[in-house]
Design a protein around this ligand. Sequence first.
Ligand SMILES: C[S@@+](CC[C@H](N)C(=O)[O-])C[C@H]1O[C@@H](n2cnc3c(N)ncnc32)[C@H](O)[C@@H]1O
Length: 218
Amino acid sequence: MKSTLSMSAPPIPDLRPWFVTLEDLPPPPLDWKAYFGNAQPVELEIGSGRGLFLVTAGTANPQTNFLGIEYDFKEGRRAARRLQKRAFPNVRILGADARIALPKYIPDASLSALHVYFPDPWWKRRHHKRRIWNAELVAQAARILQPGGLLHAWTDVEEYFAVILELVAAHPAFLERPPSNEKQPEHDMDYRTSFERKKRKAGLPIFRALWERQSQPQ
Ligand SMILES: C[S@@+](CC[C@H](N)C(=O)[O-])C[C@H]1O[C@@H](n2cnc3c(N)ncnc32)[C@H](O)[C@@H]1O
C-alpha cells in the first residue's frame, strides 16, 4: 500500500520573486523602487495569461519594469517559470484579482503604461457585469497612469470593443491616439499575446485602441 506521503500532491515550487501573491507583498501601496530595486518606469498588464507580452516586452525593453496581474494562478505560474528560467530582472507576475490589487496597491500616477489584451468577453448578457472593463477600471487607469502614460486595449470581440471605446471616451483624462498597425509575424511567437496569435490564426479581426493620459482633463 502506498504511504499517504507518496500519494499527496507535489509541493508547489516557490517561484518568488517572479510569481508573488498579495500575501508576499509588504503593506500597500506598492513602492515600485523598492519592489523592482530600481527607479525604471513601470508598465502593468491586467490578465497576463501565459505571459507572451511580458516576456517579449521585458526582453525588448530592459530599461522598463513590467508587472502582470493574473488571477488564474496556474497560468501566472506557468508564465513565471519562463521568467525564472531566464532570470528576468525586470518582469514579475502578481497572482491577484486586478479589481482588488489596483485600487489597493497601485500608487497614483506611477505607471507609464497599462495594457489590457483580450479580456474575457463574458458572452452572456447577464454575465457582462463580470467584465474587467467598466467605469471603475477606467477611473483606476486615470488614477494610476502618469500624464503622458499610455492605455492599450485589444480584443477580437467587436461588441465589447465598442463598449470599451465608449467607456474611455466618457472619461476626460484620455485622448485617443492611433494604435499600432497590424504587423506580419516574423516567426510563430511574433504576436503581442497568445490570444492574438490564436485569434489571428483563426482568421479573426483584431480591434486595437490606444489612449494617452492627459496632464489636465480637456
Ligand atoms: C482571454 S485571457 C487573455 C490572456 C492574455 N492577455 C492574452 O491575450 O493571451 C484573459 C485573462 O485575464 C485574466 N483575468 C480576467 N479577469 C482578471 C482579473 N480581474 N484580475 C486578473 N486577471 C484576470 C484571466 O485569468 C485570463 O488569463
